[in-house]
Design a protein around this ligand. Sequence first.
Ligand code: HEC
Length: 116
Amino acid sequence: MEKKCLSSSCGKVAAGTVLFLVLAFFILSAFAAPVAGADPNLARNLAATCSTCHGNSGISNNAGIESLAGVKREVLVRKFKEFRNGFRPATVMHQISKGYDDRQIELIAAWFAARQ
Ligand code: HEC
């Protein structure tokens, strides 16, 4: 037997439900933001770990250590991964490069590529 609707709100979503969903959305997105890597300084902070040797903002003052500023992103990523894989001869970079994952390398490379 078919149910008869006796109220004017039949078939409509109750206002309370809508409010609940909207609030749930905002509360969940507040928690989701840090997980999505929203730190705007992450790339800069990661790149700063290279500055001891490659100079502030990637402009090297150390003889024999290349500047990283302005190097193309793809070139930096490739060289860095070659160090990590042991394909590129190194004194220290083969060790240093093992401390960074692919996503971090991409961030660092993009940051240096944008320097002058
Ligand atoms: C302890 C000093 C030191 C630190 C810290 C360091 N590097 Fe290096 N880097 C070197 C040296 C020395 C070389 C030359 C290769 C070798 O001997 O390991 C080099 C070479 C490189 C090269 C190759 C440059 C070229 O064109 O030949 C890249 C790319 C590089 N480093 C990226 C980085 C990045 C990115 C970081 C930070 C995550 C970093 N390095 C941190 C010392 C350092």
